[in-house]
Design a protein around this ligand. Structure first.
Ligand code: CO
Length: 138
């Protein structure tokens, strides 16, 4: 298995509108996508491209009710870096490879925010980094 590019950095935020304003006005985010709900994950998601291109920022805010982002924000009230997402050409092959290395994959492979399948690997097996592996968007 060969890991591809860093697709995005996931950032948990308590207030999506405030965070979008920060990334746009202070950090110069060029293209800010329309926020959308991923109801199964209990999150509002907004992707943005930075002016230099390349890696995106994924803002994650909790919808009402329990979700992993809300739990993260209870530990980190200001929000913060949540996960790194790397692309792979073949999600099933990548999952088998990480499982073969004894990494704890969290839950089933599911459809991700880019419309391609993704899975997450436990930070305790990834030097402290919650890691998303996603199939490359076509
Ligand atoms: Co992500």
């Amino acid at each position: 298995m060969k890991l591809g590019r860093l697709n995005h950095v996931g950032v948990a935020v308590p207030d999506l509108a405030k965070a979008i304003a920060f990334w746009r006005e202070t950090m110069g985010a060029a293209q800010v996508g329309e926020p959308f709900a991923m109801t199964e994950q209990g999150v509002l998601v907004c992707f943005m491209e930075m002016p230099g291109g390349g890696t995106q920022i994924e803002l994650l805010a909790p919808l009402p009710g329990h979700c992993p982002i809300r739990a993260f924000l209870e530990r980190n009230p200001l929000g913060g870096q949540h996960h790194l997402a790397f692309e792979v050409p073949d999600i099933a092959e990548a999952r088998a490879a990480f499982e073969g290395m004894g990494k704890r994959v969290l839950g089933p492979t599911r459809m991700g925010a880019h419309g391609t399948p993704v899975f997450f690997i436990h930070p305790k097996d990834m030097e402290g980094v919650l890691t998303e592996i996603m199939e490359s968007p076509r």
